[in-house]
Design a protein around this ligand. Structure first.
Ligand code: ZN
Length: 97
């Protein structure tokens, strides 16, 4: 049996996942939380575009981290902030299905 054991307590909602998106991108999250954020981003239809956005950034961040240890450049944070704002706005609007 190859059961993946993920209970409700282990799942992040959109707000919880998005609240951790910045440290997630910066690589500051503990592995466990990082795993939960990744899992949410993969399974959540709303956050899937953010995940693609994030994974692009993640490579950039890793590159910059390899070059120096200062972390993500400011413009990267600006992009993240904008994505978070859009996500929050989308979160507030009623479902259109
Ligand atoms: Zn979500």
């Amino acid at each position: 049996m190859n059961h993946i054991h993920i209970g409700p307590m282990e799942l992040y909602g959109c707000k919880e996942a998005l609240a951790r998106l910045e440290p997630f991108i910066d690589g500051e999250l503990p592995r466990d939380e990082r795993r939960r954020v990744s899992f949410h981003l993969v399974i959540c239809r709303n956050c899937a575009p953010l995940f693609r956005f994030e994974s692009r950034l993640d490579g950039t961040v890793r590159q910059s981290l390899n070059e120096s240890e200062v972390g993500a450049p400011p413009e990267l944070h600006a992009k993240v902030q904008r994505a978070l704002q859009q996500a929050r706005l989308a979160d507030q609007s009623p479902p259109t299905e």
